[in-house]
Design a protein around this ligand. Structure first.
Ligand code: ADP
Ligand code: MG
Length: 429
């Protein structure tokens, strides 16, 4: 059978503000077959939306090919429709008008437009809201309009870009359940679905296959077939096994890279995402308390702490980096230092943190050493920014410095004056 969609070796970069190029997608390949829901799971900023825009024909790849039912996609593709995270409805149009809008480009007779729009509205559970305006609807109902507008064109491929992430938990779950049911009953007028998400459980709940995206630049780093019948039970052991497996895949690569960079000893080339010290302290406290007593399954503690993957991974990585915890095989385990931190008073916590920075974060040790050696005990931000930019982009260097500053402040290792853009040893607070 011809694939509905074939993405081969696609590359896309964007011009960077300070010059040069930001490579977002590098050598991305995937297929979508008829009857499949394929998930794309990756952290925010990894290039998922960019890839969807390429598939929808809204932008062009710079390398590689995207073919749709055997033919290359060259422009906004007929037969491909998209549901966005933000509902993107026109506020001055009724529900019916918003849905009909999806059909305008198809050049159908007026009465067919009306009939199809009403059918889509009915299908998606909006019956009775035809003449309502978006402002009169809840978030869940608005997103249903977004779905109705996409399926009304009977797209062969339905692209969904984090369609549930702006909704509250219950509303999102209702909508997911309804969609899976419609899909299972073959009532959705579409042949294949790509679902972009950063929610691991959502991917396991809805998809036949899940593609994991690594970042910087994005590549498909793993493919996991979810071999479970629908409807799926979130609490079943098999479901939890898939969630665990994806957690392991998603953490392993990053932690490995971090270990490699750290193993180089004095390298300052490790990009850091800013994680506030109080988030680190919060996770350490939760981990050290019962029922975990120092060790937890990452999905469990994410759920208990009400953290999304996007929020949990950076905190877990920061703890790994500072050797306050070990992240291994989907588990997180406090180290000896992590346990001491949990039991300590604020001043001792600062001391532990300070020692962790000096021992395990070469950039922090480097800044402190420069400040110690200078007679003025101060140095301009550009002194370190320039150094970092030899190894990473300007934005990443900026974010990395922000992170070090916030950690060093907590540890009282050095201070930073935002207005003067000056590092110093004065009153480190
Ligand atoms: P995701 O959907 O996975 O969160 P995106 O595809 O939105 O990620 O963005 C990936 C990266 O590409 C980000 O660093 C973003 O800033 C950059 N990017 C996306 N679109 C553009 C654009 N039109 N111009 C410049 N940079 C862009
Ligand atoms: Mg996105």
């Amino acid at each position: 059978m011809t694939d509905l969609l074939e993405v081969r070796n696609v590359r896309r970069s964007f011009p960077r503000s300070g010059g040069g190029e930001l490579l977002v997608l590098d050598d991305v390949s995937l297929t979508l077959k008829e009857g499949e829901i394929v998930g794309m799971l990756g952290r925010s900023g990894s290039g998922k939306s960019t890839l969807l825009r390429l598939i929808a024909g809204l932008a062009r790849p710079q390398g590689g090919t995207i073919s749709y039912m055997g033919a290359p996609i060259l422009g906004p593709a007929q037969g491909v429709a998209m549901v966005f995270q933000g509902f993107a409805l026109f506020p001055w149009m009724t529900v019916l008008e918003n849905v009909e809008l999806g059909l305008e480009a198809l050049g159908l007779p007026e009465k067919d437009i009306r009939a199809r729009a009403l059918a889509a509205i009915d299908l998606i559970g909006l019956d009775g809201y035809e003449s309502a305006y978006p402002r009169e609807l809840s978030g869940g109902m608005r997103q249903r309009v977004g779905f109705a507008r996409a399926v009304v064109v009977h797209p062969n491929i339905l692209l969904m870009d984090e369609p549930f992430s702006a909704l509250d938990v219950l509303t999102a779950e209702n909508l997911r359940t309804d969609l899976i049911e419609l899909w299972g009953n073959k009532q959705l007028p579409t042949k294949g679905i790509i679902l972009v998400t950063h929610n691991i459980e959502e991917a396991v709940l809805m998809c036949d296959r899940v593609l994991l995206f690594s970042s910087d630049p994005a590549r498909v780093s793993a493919e996991i077939v979810i071999d479970l019948p629908q409807p799926r039970e979130r609490t079943s052991p098999a479901f939890e096994d898939y969630v665990d497996r994806i957690y392991v895949e998603m953490t392993a690569r990053r932690v490995e890279r971090m270990r490699q960079v750290q193993a180089q000893g004095d390298s300052i080339a490790l990009p850091l995402g800013h994680v506030p010290p109080n988030q680190i302290a919060g996770l350490i406290e939760a981990l050290s308390a019962p029922p975990y007593d120092g060790k937890a399954d990452l999905p469990d503690i994410a759920y208990e702490q009400e953290l999304e993957v996007d929020e949990l991974f950076p905190v877990a990585e920061a703890m790994q980096l500072l050797r306050l915890a070990d992240v291994e095989g989907g588990d997180i385990k406090l180290t000896h230092m992590g346990k001491r931190f949990a039991d300590a008073e604020l001043n001792e916590r600062k001391e532990i943190f300070s020692r962790a920075l000096m021992s395990h974060l070469p950039l922090a040790a480097h800044i402190r050493k420069v400040l110690d050696e200078r007679a003025s005990h101060s140095a301009p931000r550009t002194r370190f920014l320039d150094e970092l930019e030899d190894h990473m982009t300007e934005e990443t260097a900026d974010e990395t410095l922000k992170c070090v500053v916030s950690w060093a402040r907590f540890a009282e290792l050095f201070s930073y004056d935002d207005d003067a853009e000056l590092f110093s040893l004065e009153n480190p607070t």
